[in-house]
Design a protein around this ligand. Structure first.
Ligand code: G3P
Ligand code: CA
Length: 250
């Protein structure tokens, strides 16, 4: 917290996107450990379900881009997914990195860094939100004292999660300007704490509309130093970035 005109203002939050995706293979333990070392406030990660119904951390609906395998995530068991190499595609020095389970990440993060969890392609995974709630509870990360936020592009998914675990703050990811209209934001404010738009949608007016309804804004994804100061001047509450150290240097 810092003081501004006598009002308590929270410091801009630094959210390490897919871990530190600019420095290490995204959504791997190497990437998340780097985010902790860089003192990011949160790490962001993407969750899906394996064929045998385990929560795994991976962005794409297939393993093709980020592993040495090929095929849909949902068609692999956890054991099969974890036999893949998810580091070498980024750099050979990361050979041996594996697709983590959400539980493996939570065990490392608890008490060290906040976690911004995105339900990815939730229409593919019946029961994803219940499974997430169960996993958070088993790591005691369902408590209001823990820094956990659950977000999605899919508003039905976050609504389902909110109905199960209403104490966890909800984020809605935005890549359609229409969601930043007055009426839509008023509707979202009934259950949403964070409105997280693509960088190109961020304007002073949109921030004012979000803030005036009691919500916060974490834009994504900062990959260039040039955009940081303009965002901070506009008054964003956090920045989702592949390079968390860029923010700590501001
Ligand atoms: O958290 C924002 C960001 O993760 C949304 O886009 O495609 O990187 O999941 P994507
Ligand atoms: Ca994401």
């Amino acid at each position: 917290m810092r003081q501004s005109n006598g009002i308590q203002v929270e410091r801009v939050q630094v959210i390490a996107h897919r871990g530190t995706a600019g420095y290490a293979p995204e959504n791997t333990m190497a990437s998340f450990e780097r985010a902790i070392e860089m003192n990011a406030d949160y790490l962001e990660l993407d969750i899906q379900l394996s064929k045998d119904n385990e929560l795994v951390v991976i962005h794409d609906s297939t393993v093709d881009r980020t592993t040495n395998g090929s095929g849909a995530v949902k068609d692999f068991t956890l054991e099969e997914l974890q036999s893949l190499d998810s580091g070498s595609w980024f750099n050979e020095k990361f050979e041996g990195q594996r697709i983590p389970t959400l539980g493996e990440v939570l065990a490392v993060c608890r008490g060290k860094i906040g976690v911004l969890i995105e339900t990815k392609w939730p229409y593919l995974y019946s029961g994803l939100e219940q499974k997430l709630a169960d996993e958070l509870a088993s790591y005691h990360m369902h408590l209001p004292t823990e820094r956990v936020i659950v977000q999605s592009f899919d508003q039905n998914s976050v609504k389902r999660f909110h109905a199960i675990m209403p104490q966890i703050p909800i984020g809605v990811l935005v890549e359609d300007e229409a969601i930043l209209a007055e009426d839509k934001l008023t509707e979202l404010a009934e259950y949403v704490a964070y409105v997280n738009p693509a960088l190109e949608l961020v304007t002073g007016e949109a921030i004012e509309r979000i803030h005036s309804r009691g919500m916060k804004i974490f834009p994504w994804t900062v990959r260039s130093r040039n955009v940081i100061q303009p965002l901070l001047k506009l008054g964003v509450d956090g920045v989702i970035t592949d390079y968390p150290d860029y923010l700590s240097q501001e």
